[in-house]
Design a protein. Sequence first.
Length: 302
Amino acid sequence: MQKLGRYLLEDRLGAGSFATVWRAYDPEFDTDVAVKVLADNWASNADVRERFLAEARLLRKISSPRVVRVHDVGVQDDRPYFVMDYVRGGTLAERIGHCRPAEALRLAAEAAYAVQVLHDTGVVHRDVKPSNLLLDAGRTPPAVLVADLGSAKRLADASGVTVTTGTPAYMAPEQAFRTGGFDGRADVYALGVVTFELLTGERPFGAGGRLDLTRKRASTSSPPAIPREPGVPDGIDALLRAALSVDPEHRPRTARAFADALLSGEGREGVPAGSSRPTRLVVWLSAVALYLVTAILTWLVR
């Protein structure tokens, strides 16, 4: 069995481009933990290494039961790692297609409240998606914790971001194409995608790459309507259309407002006044802008 420091690695929980997360056993405290290890091929890259350790420091500073906690950091064979809570219950990705509307809305609201904790500390996540939202089955009812701050950015620095990061299917247009600065409403957009997916089992704009998503968003001003199933309040459709708006000004202003609206039984409460749907001018301008971005990117990749 592989060992990192005193931690015995048991099961691989997930892997990305830069790191792998393991379920491990801590013999000192006789408990399971999660250990995130930087990939071999990135260990010598100073920038990636610093971002990896910055994530650990950021998680350590945020003290909230809604955010995964970091307990230890270490280096072995020149590969840094950090040790976090092991959250029993899997991720929201495993709940897609397997929960009733009322439970889907509750889980989505839990996720939004967790993201609001980050915003309250001046941080935007930038990669909110079901696999980064952990379900703590040890609480009643199960709670949602936010994890993986590898793409997180301080709101004070958001206007100077020049590198696109995140998962295309969940990225707000202003984040995907860097059309100016962004704020916590980019995470609200991602929460809208997550909520739609929990309710329907599908993503509102599909799972294509960035260029494909651009074409879809340019050709439609809003996602498909939420099916009128028992347990889904009438206002949820309008709320999600607002959250997934191309224009951040039309989205709920905060993740907390979005969560409150999901739980209120009348989703319209989370829609900013006068923004139930984008104006024709905004839709037209957004479509033109996205079309131009698509054309430029298509020309560059030829």
